[in-house]
Design a protein. Structure first.
Length: 156
């Protein structure tokens, strides 16, 4: 429910795979929890009932934010990326003298921007950027991130 519907807090899901893997997953699920929360299940069903409207809304948000991020990155020659082609997440590579965990912490603490460090995914000198946020919040995040980058580059 998280990626296509923008509902990452709902703890519900499905799995497809070989029968032996499915059986192992069922056994583990039975050990951890017998069923999803009733509220999660009801909200997931409601989202599925209105999926066209939700996907249309989210598609517009992603389109707007993707355009904004593409322009923002293009204006900064020390950044590069491969834009997402079917999802909400991408890794942005940066050429700055700071590791990604330290940079992510600095962004969070000093600029109130939450970007995951690339080192968490095996890609140092990258940040994980999600483009599914409300466009106004996303634009502010890019602006604040730009300020952080300016500070690290000595005000250039």
């Amino acid at each position: 429910m998280s990626k296509p519907f923008g509902l990452p807090g709902l703890r519900i899901g499905w799995i497809a795979g070989p029968p032996d893997l499915i059986q192992q997953c069922w056994s583990l699920r039975d050990y951890i929890t017998l069923s999803p929360g009733k509220l999660n299940d009801a909200l997931a069903c409601l989202a599925l009932k209105h999926r066209e409207k939700i996907v249309e809304r989210n598609t517009e948000i992603i389109r707007e934010n993707l355009g904004r991020a593409t322009e923002w990155i293009a204006e900064r020659p020390f950044l590069s990326w491969t834009p997402p082609r079917g999802g909400l997440l991408a890794l942005v590579k940066y050429d700055l003298p700071i590791d990604s965990l330290t940079l992510a912490d600095k962004l969070a603490i000093d600029y109130s921007v939450m970007l995951a460090p690339g080192s968490a995914f095996g890609y140092e000198h990258h940040l994980r950027l999600g483009i599914g946020q409300k466009p106004g919040v996303f634009a502010t995040g890019l602006e604040e991130t730009g300020k952080c980058f300016d500070e690290l580059r000595g005000g250039t």
